[in-house]
Design a protein around this ligand. Structure first.
Ligand code: CO
Ligand code: CO
Length: 304
């Protein structure tokens, strides 16, 4: 076992031989959007994200499905079609799965990927002097909640859906090209929760520059209206004490950094001397990257 539960990471990694290791992970959740096809595709992108966060390439997956018997079966067909097409786009074969009855639909994948044992990226790989890079903007939690309350502008919701549908494949490839070893993906715990996990696993402190953090279009409006999902409130309650926020940061702005994300981007620790080459290569690959802070000696996460 190269990566297991102690400490836990985005996925388990099991060494098969001198130059191959297996990555295994699973994730599933209730509908985040109204369209079954998009829900399926987002859930699949989200499940594969943990393979990319370990520096791997997903190859194979199984569907995990819960579905109410009183809903039309066409809805399930659309969810599975969304998942299958997203997986195919990632070069992943869905080779089966299992469905149970439940009151609320749930969908996701159990996914398997491959990585070279020397090239595994973990939450423990951050080093003082590294720069922090984020590859998708924040805001899916607050925008989806505005959507559920029918307070969202259609263009803001479709923007968030576009980001959630986006695979982290190129972000992982870019990280691998630059020898990145510290990485995680941003999901339910929000940027600050996942940053804290990384700080603790790496034995370092992370310093985040609030102005540099990308926020999805519309998210600030819904943050000002305090339309955060339950998970975002939980994140702040759970992680808040270990985050040192500079005086004068507006509450909605800080809350956005705790916002619970679905299919979020990768958070990467990039050696500072590689910044220019990294940015140049990202542009060439059409992969968005934002430099949002740095890794320092110490502990916890600071926001200023
Ligand atoms: Co993860
Ligand atoms: Co996960």
């Amino acid at each position: 076992m190269l990566v297991g539960l102690d400490p836990a990471d985005d996925a388990a990694v099991y060494r098969l031989g001198p130059d191959q290791a297996l990555i295994v992970t699973t994730d599933f959740f209730t509908p985040i959007v109204d369209t079954p096809y998009e829900y399926g595709a987002i859930a699949a992108a989200n499940s594969l994200s943990d393979v990319y966060a370990m520096g791997g390439r997903p190859i194979l997956a199984l569907n995990i499905v819960a579905f109410p018997p009183d809903l039309p079966p066409e809805i399930l067909t659309e969810i599975l079609r969304g998942g299958a097409e997203k997986a195919r786009g990632a070069g992943v074969v869905i080779a089966g799965g299992h469905t149970v009855q439940d009151k609320e639909p749930k969908y996701g994948l159990a996914a398997v990927g491959l990585v070279h044992p020397d090239r595994v990226m973990t939450k423990a790989g951050g080093r003082p002097g590294d720069l922090l890079v984020l590859t998708k903007p924040l805001g899916t939690g607050v925008i989806a909640t505005a959507g559920k309350q029918e307070k969202v502008k259609p263009e803001h919701l479709s923007g968030a859906i576009e980001w959630m549908l986006h695979l982290n494949d190129r972000a992982a490839q870019l990280a691998q090209e630059f020898g990145v070893r510290g990485a995680t993906d941003i999901s339910g715990f929000g940027l600050l929760g996942h940053a804290l996990e990384m700080a603790e696993a790496s034995g370092v402190g992370l310093e985040i520059d609030l102005k540099a953090v990308p926020i999805m279009e519309g998210a600030k409006e819904y943050a000002a209206a305090w339309l955060f999902p339950g998970g975002t409130h939980d994140n702040r309650a759970y992680f808040g004490q270990r985050v040192k926020a500079a005086a004068g940061i507006a509450d909605p702005d800080l809350m956005l950094l705790f916002d619970s994300q679905t299919s979020g981007g990768l958070l990467l620790c990039v050696p500072a001397e590689k910044r220019e080459a990294f940015e140049w290569r990202a542009t060439q690959m059409e992969q968005a990257v934002w430099f949002i802070g740095r890794v320092a000696k110490g502990e916890g996460v600071g926001v200023s």
